[in-house]
Design a protein around this ligand. Structure first.
Ligand code: UT7
Length: 315
């Protein structure tokens, strides 16, 4: 597999920390220092699929391909607009493609789970080009009265075209099932036979436990995937990681003995966009002029499940 195009889309509406100070008891300084977010984009009218489709079209343009060239669409999301059709099916309709399409849910790690899945399909030898998308309208599932979570998240979508090639050097996926640290309950359902309590379908997160999991798994995963690729951490040119908290990235960089300048950071602009965060970062890095052909990129993500994933890509 190789990545032949990247693209991303974020909604125009920007919510600053000052705006949030009007909604919950928080402070711009606290959010900047503890999380690293200054502003985030919020979708008023774009559905998750609308954003995913826009990111997909940008990636197709970058790859010089059209929707007809795509053999499969994978969308990583925890904020599907409808349980059925899948977000991927909506994206297929919106961009005018005709290929199979399905969603993957592994929370904030979802994009890397989808990328790994794409490689398996390409390895069969029957598909040439796969659209891998991370798209999230997280604002729909945030409790806007909970200051511990509402200051963190944002909406957006990122996409790549994954084509046959030999530049996906190694990948690993991890899941430790359980909902004690991070969960988003489903809607209550309609069964007249069910008498259980229903929880609100919003993000419930133990921030500190998630933080500890994130730092230790990022370090462990990047070291393991680098070894799998036969390279040392010092040979990695760029770290493109899930943008959840600037402190998570700085701790991980320190433990890996890596220069923080090699870590791509855009959390200040977009906050945590869940499965969209990594492909948005990759799309921005690709457009920054800092990526050279042959550069080695380590990607790492973590989130609900609990889950984590990492891969090594040669650009
Ligand atoms: O993509 C999914 C993965 N998610 C993550 O990676 C999240 C990982 N966790 C984190 O990023 C951090 O744990 C948070 C940003 C969620 C919280 O930061 P923290 O430094 O761990 O804060 P804390 O939960 O230990 O709370 C410290 C204090 C508390 O006040 P007291 O009890 O010390 O008086 C909180 O009530 O900060 C308070 N606090 C806030 N204060 C101002 C919590 N949220 C806020 C806020 N504004 N928004």
């Amino acid at each position: 597999m190789q990545i032949t195009g990247t693209g991303f889309f974020v909604p125009e509406k920007e919510i600053t920390n000052a705006d949030l100070e009007q909604m919950v008891e928080t402070a711009d300084e606290w959010i900047r220092q503890r999380v690293g977010v200054e502003r985030r984009r919020i979708s008023e009218a774009y559905t998750t699929a609308d954003m995913g489709a826009r990111a997909a079209l940008a990636a197709l343009e970058d790859a010089g391909l059209s929707p007809a060239d795509i053999d499969l669409i994978l969308v990583a999301t925890v904020t599907a607009d409808t349980l059925c059709p899948s977000t991927a099916a909506w994206v297929q309709q919106k961009i005018g493609a005709a290929c199979p399409a399905f969603d993957i849910n592994s929370a904030c790690s979802g994009f890397l789970f989808a990328l790994d899945t794409a490689e398996s399909f390409l390895a069969r030898g029957t598909y040439e080009n796969i659209l891998v998308i991370g798209a999230e309208r997280v604002s729909r599932i945030v409790d806007w009265t909970d200051r511990a979570t509402c200051v963190i998240f944002g909406d957006g979508a990122g996409a790549v075209v994954a084509s046959r090639g030999d530049r996906f050097l190694a990948s690993l996926l991890y899941t430790k099932g359980g909902d004690d640290v991070l969960k988003i309950p489903n809607f209550g359902g309609s069964s007249p036979f069910y008498k259980g309590e229903t929880e609100r379908p919003v993000i419930h997160m133990d921030g500190q436990e998630t933080f500890k999991f994130a730092v230790s798994k990022m370090v462990e995963d990047i070291e393991a995937v680098a070894e799998k690729a036969g390279i040392s951490v010092s040979e990695i040119d760029h770290f493109v990681c899930h943008q959840a908290n600037i402190r998570i990235l700085t701790y991980a960089a320190k433990r890996l003995g890596a220069d923080m300048d090699k870590f791509f950071v855009n959390i200040e602009k977009y906050g945590n966009t869940s499965a969209a965060s990594l492909p948005i970062a990759l799309g921005e890095l690709a457009r920054s002029g800092r990526l050279r052909r042959g550069d080695v990129i380590a990607c790492s993500a973590f989130g609900g499940g609990l889950s984590s994933a990492a891969c090594i890509i040669k650009w």
